[in-house]
Write a protein that binds this ligand. Structure first.
Ligand code: APR
Length: 240
């Protein structure tokens, strides 16, 4: 990282677990409680928006109450020091920006805005949503958070920017993602094929570990990033 400096990060739900936001998969995952095919596809939203809002309400509340943890702050510190150039996040919680990261590519959108899928009008979530209610547009249609549900395309600009960052980075940090969802899971491959070193930070191995990853730092995001920030602050402490 110190040598190549063109470091880009791809983050997933794991980086926000220590902020109290459950991941999607694995025990305690959100998809253990809500079948994503029934609660997280665009088709399901159009068919029964009130039902899908049961799950969305939980996400809006949990994200709304969460604060950035040491891992988010570590990323912001590495950006400030010119080591990290951009963060591509699959998360919709806005915690990278809350921690001070400036170049954040929101690959799956953001919970802080609601959009009407009939007239495309947008509203700040905090203005239109109340716990236990289903937010409505002025046109009376039910509003949807501006996040990418299964079956929806990735926002064009975010996809373009993310792939450009992956093609031109020296190091890709892959933090807290199971890499099971496409097209986000293709980003590490694009980086690798473009000559970048891929460093994975995750307590568990993933589908990338044996195929794409050059270095798997097995641990939580906050503890591993804490070490990296320390090492980069004080390279004299004898580590490579
Ligand atoms: N630090 C780092 N990684 C962690 C931590 C932690 N404290 N806790 C868990 N993890 C890892 C898990 O081992 C797992 O590999 O984070 C990963 C979380 O995986 P998922 O729950 O599958 O989340 P993610 O990869 O971000 O999901 C991708 O799928 O459901 C959709 O749109 C949703 O953006 C999401 C996408």
């Amino acid at each position: 990282m110190a040598e190549r400096r063109n470091v880009v990060a791809l983050t997933g739900a794991g980086i926000s677990v220590e902020s109290g936001i459950p991941a999607f998969r694995g025990t305690q995952g959100l998809w253990e409680k809500y079948d994503p095919m029934e609660y997280a596809t665009l088709h399901a939203f159009v068919r029964s928006p009130r039902k899908v809002w049961e799950m969305l309400s939980e996400m809006v509340s949990v994200c709304g109450d969460a604060a950035p943890n040491a891992a988010h702050k570590g990323m912001a510190a590495l950006e400030k020091r010119g080591v990290v150039r951009a963060v591509i996040t699959q998360n919709v919680d806005g915690l990278h920006q809350a921690a001070g990261s400036r170049r954040v590519i929101e690959y799956h959108g953001n919970m802080e805005t609601l959009v009407c899928i009939s007239c495309w009008k947008r509203y700040p979530t905090r203005e239109r949503w109340r716990p236990g209610t289903v937010p409505l547009c002025d046109c009376t249609e039910i509003l949807k958070p501006d996040v990418v549900l299964f079956g929806e395309p990735i926002p064009w600009l975010a996809q373009e920017q993310a792939e450009e960052e992956a093609r031109t980075c020296g190091v890709l940090l892959v933090i807290g993602t199971s890499a099971q969802v496409s097209p986000a899971c293709d980003i590490p491959r694009i980086a690798k094929e473009s000559g970048a070193a891929v460093i994975e930070i995750n307590p568990e191995p993933t589908s990338l570990t044996a195929s794409v990853t050059d270095l798997h730092l097995q641990g939580t995001a906050s503890e591993v990033l804490g070490c990296l920030v320390g090492l980069l602050r004080n390279p004299a402490n004898g580590h490579p």
